[in-house]
Design a protein around this ligand. Sequence first.
Ligand SMILES: *[C@@H]1O[C@H](CO)[C@@H](O)[C@H](O)[C@H]1NC(C)=O
Ligand SMILES: *[C@@H]1O[C@H](CO)[C@@H](O)[C@H](O)[C@H]1NC(C)=O
Ligand SMILES: *[C@@H]1O[C@H](CO)[C@@H](O)[C@H](O)[C@H]1NC(C)=O
Ligand SMILES: *[C@@H]1O[C@H](CO)[C@@H](O)[C@H](O)[C@H]1NC(C)=O
Length: 233
Amino acid sequence: MKFGFTLTILSTCLFANSHASNFNCSAPPNLGLFDIHSCCRMPEIDLGEAPVKCNAYINTLQMQIVNNNVNGISRNNNTNKSDENNKTEEEKTHQQNTPPHVDYPAFAHICYPECIYRETISMTENEFNMENIKKFLSKNINKRDKDIVPQIVQSFETCLNNINNAMRAAGIETFEKLPVGCSPFASLLYGCVNAETFLHCPKKMWNDDYYCNVAKKFEEQCNPLPHVILPIS
Ligand SMILES: *[C@@H]1O[C@H](CO)[C@@H](O)[C@H](O)[C@H]1NC(C)=O
Ligand SMILES: *[C@@H]1O[C@H](CO)[C@@H](O)[C@H](O)[C@H]1NC(C)=O
Ligand SMILES: *[C@@H]1O[C@H](CO)[C@@H](O)[C@H](O)[C@H]1NC(C)=O
Ligand SMILES: *[C@@H]1O[C@H](CO)[C@@H](O)[C@H](O)[C@H]1NC(C)=O
């Protein structure tokens, strides 16, 4: 799984219809095959052992789910052969080549970021630690990308405040954990930090082309903080 700038919200759907900065947020501009990840250059970051450890952790959780059928998130255990016969050859081949636990289920997208934050001690116990985050980023982001470090730190601060305030306003102390044991907080923060950093991408790392600028304007107008859907409203 890629750990970088991902804006799920904008993934494929932008139309080259306008120079206007007043978008209809229900009708995102379609920019065709435009790749939004090309807009704000991703910093090169050395995550050390964390990705390997976290992939192993995700696999462990997956095995646990397969074996114990953890509530509500087990795979469809359909042994009905008549369904099987209706699959296309392509589907069957795909199935044979990919053992059931290899695809990335929803819980992995939630547990993986939390694991990365814990492994890099950005998160200790259940709290994000800004001092550790700053140290980690300063130390592990390639020098040529160092311009983005203060912005990422700023994005963490903005997003932590914003999400915590939203939770407080809703009278929620902590988000409920998934049955496999991780909390959605880290992945929400991750999504928010990515979007916030995209919106405040340092000039040096920004690809100043038409599509990127339209995408950014759309995000600014239509995807306000916390840039992700909190499990509150
Ligand atoms: C915005 O887009 C939606 C979906 O296409 C459409 O139903 C709606 O009428 C549009 N609103 C305006 C003000 O154009
Ligand atoms: C699938 O169903 C079979 C038979 O009902 C059961 O023995 C097996 O444990 C189930 N597997 C999972 C992953 O739930
Ligand atoms: C299998 O699927 C068929 C057709 O969808 C259905 O008629 C049958 O009852 C199913 N069998 C079981 C064991 O679910
Ligand atoms: C399998 O496909 C046939 C025809 O394409 C259809 O009539 C039948 O309902 C399908 N069965 C199942 C279990 O989906």
